[in-house]
Write a protein that binds this ligand. Sequence first.
Ligand code: SAM
Length: 280
Amino acid sequence: MEEMMTATPRLTSPKEVRALLEKLGHRPNKGLGQNFLIDANILDIIANTADLQPKDSVLEIGPGLGALTERILPKAKSVTCIEKDPTMVEYLKSRFTEFTLIDSDALDVDLDALFAGGITKVAANLPYSVASRLMVDIAECEHRPELMSLTIQKEVADRLCSPAGSKHYGVLSILTGVAYGNTLVKKISPTCFLPPPKVWSAVVRMERRKVPIVGSAEYPTFKNLVKYCFSQRRKQIGTILKRMGISPVDELLADAGIEHTERPERIEIERWAKLARLLS
Ligand code: SAM
């Protein structure tokens, strides 16, 4: 028993993770999305999807107890972690030495500065409540990373990876799809986590496009246009634009290759980009 408490706990053993949490006096915090991955196979899939090379500097958001961290540390040149929970921060400091730890809310960190400083990949089991916001924030960074391997809620993964015409296609697919090609790699059962979440999850791969579909000059118009139009996704695009006071709508839509009667969910990113370019 004494040996078990002094040896480094195995983070893929539910029994040892439970004992560790008890020793730390910590109850998983729902608000912080603390569902710890305990499945070695899934952790390997996340690490492998990031395709880590010895030259890579990697960012992990929300390392928790470090189950993914210990898999990416030996594969990368450097690992930077951002963790909000002070108990996790203290534990990570005691468990790992060769890494940089930022004890902060990831939403308060200047992520673009980290990427400008040389971080080129992200591997993470993201806190679900802020996952969509973080993915869009990263896609909007000037120095956005070349590859991301992320675990997110399955329902969010569907939205991220859906093409135009699908019922899941929307603002998230478009604002991330401008800069990344998104693919769903693996669905994950709640039983792979401790405690198990109520929903299924998925590993997604986001690979940076060589050239983003929308340039930075037109991006603000593009984003406002897409958000506004999807707030009325059942309406026809011609009707929405007329309501916005845009004129002449028919000519503009014809130039963008869009039918007056099309609904926002049928318009691919490239045609939204054309429309935004014409508007700006
Ligand atoms: N990576 C670990 C794993 O796979 O077992 C833990 C993942 S858990 C889903 C999410 C982690 O993100 C938790 O450790 C939580 O404390 C942390 N977290 C939640 N919100 C955060 C935020 N806004 N900024 C940074 N970390 C956050």
